[in-house]
Design a protein around this ligand. Structure first.
Ligand code: HMG
Ligand code: MG
Length: 300
């Protein structure tokens, strides 16, 4: 299959990357991270999450972050909302794109959002309706697409069922989350194939955590199947507070390097992105996750 000429990369670092940090990250650092990502050419950034501050204290400044995030032509922010309360708070802070998040595993759904999968889908219905009225785009995550930290194996047809339900409800894009990074190209291919039977492949986003170093391979396998949107996280930041052992998303700089090598456009300036990875690493007091950011960009 011909690979796409261009991909959309969404940096989820300010949300998925920082949500799991033990020490509070000052709002000013979050805002500078967002500005630096925009300066490096990111046109899509997942800025924050309007979730319960009791559940995820690190996202307690969601409204402040979204209100103060820089507005630039062509730059779009997504924010997570788990329910109507979150959606209303996000709207009041100016959100234009939101993401609801379901899971393909019952245990993860309960641990992450305190409800069953069916209850989560019911909670999203009024969110999608209110978003439609407000002209706000909604994307729908499915977590645990390649495995669950509590239940182990997750069947591709279970993932496809949730993806279909979200798409039928009105989610314009479906984001496939390998929350704990256990997928391999073979299992990710099975998931994408199952979901693509229900949702057009050009509406799919790959969201692969890099726990076992498989994320770049999983992106390549997805590209071969026509997926052209990927979540990633500068410096490989992150993990999920309700997915023990999960490491961060694939590092944005690793994905940009892959795309450059394949001749696929991203619109992102790799040296600036690497500088941002090093900068956020210094702010958090540890080196970036990616070897590329630690060693610098190779010159061929
Ligand atoms: P609950 O405790 O069942 O909620 O939590 P509730 O409706 O019973 O309300 C209890 C309290 O929470 C009330 O406050 C509400 O006002 C408040 P009180 O009266 O006790 O003071 N509340 C809220 N506050 C702020 N914003 C809200 C909100 N909703 C209720 N939106 C709930 C249910 C869903 C709220 C909670 O479980 C929650 O916030 N979960 C979010 C967990 C989370 O953010 N996880 C990480 C993101 S998911 C992820 O990382 C995976 C992903 O990256 C994809 C992948 O990798 O696969 C997306
Ligand atoms: Mg994630």
């Amino acid at each position: 299959m011909t690979l796409p000429a261009r991909v959309k990369l969404i940096d989820v670092g300010p949300r998925d990357g920082l949500q799991n940090e033990k020490q509070p990250v000052p709002t000013a650092i979050k805002l500078e991270l967002i500005a630096r990502l925009a300066d490096a050419g990111l046109s899509a950034i997942e800025a924050t999450a309007f979730v319960s501050p009791r559940w995820v204290p690190q996202m307690a400044d969601a409204a402040e972050v979204l209100r103060a995030a820089p507005h630039r032509p062509g730059l779009a922010y997504t924010v997570l909302v788990p329910n109507l309360q979150g959606f209303e708070a996000a709207r009041a802070a100016g959100a234009r794109e939101v993401a609801v998040f379901a899971a393909a595993s019952e245990s993860f759904s309960r641990k992450n959002t305190n409800c069953s999968i069916a209850e989560a889908l019911e909670r999203f219905r009024p969110v999608v309706a209110a978003a439609r009225d407000a002209g706000v785009a909604v994307k729908g995550y499915v977590s645990c697409v390649a495995g669950c930290p509590y239940e182990g194996e997750v069947r591709p047809d279970a993932v496809a069922g949730i993806a279909r339900a979200l798409f039928d409800m009105g989610c314009v894009e479906i984001d496939l989350g390998d929350t704990i990074g256990v997928g391999t190209p073979a299992s990710i291919r099975r998931v994408v194939e199952a979901v693509a039977g229900h949702v057009p492949v050009d509406r799919l986003i790959g969201h692969y955590h890099d726990t076992y170093g498989m994320a770049v391979a999983n992106i390549y396998a997805s590209l071969e199947m026509g997926v052209a949107m990927f979540d990633c996280s500068v410096a490989g930041l992150g993990g999920c507070p309700y997915a023990p052992g999960a490491s961060g998303n694939v590092a944005t700089e690793d994905v940009v390097y892959l795309m450059q090598g394949l001749g696929i456009a991203t619109g992102i300036d790799l040296p600036r992105l690497v500088a941002t990875a090093r900068w956020i690493g210094a702010q958090l007091g540890r080196p970036p996750q990616s070897a590329l950011a630690r060693a610098g960009v190779a010159v061929h």
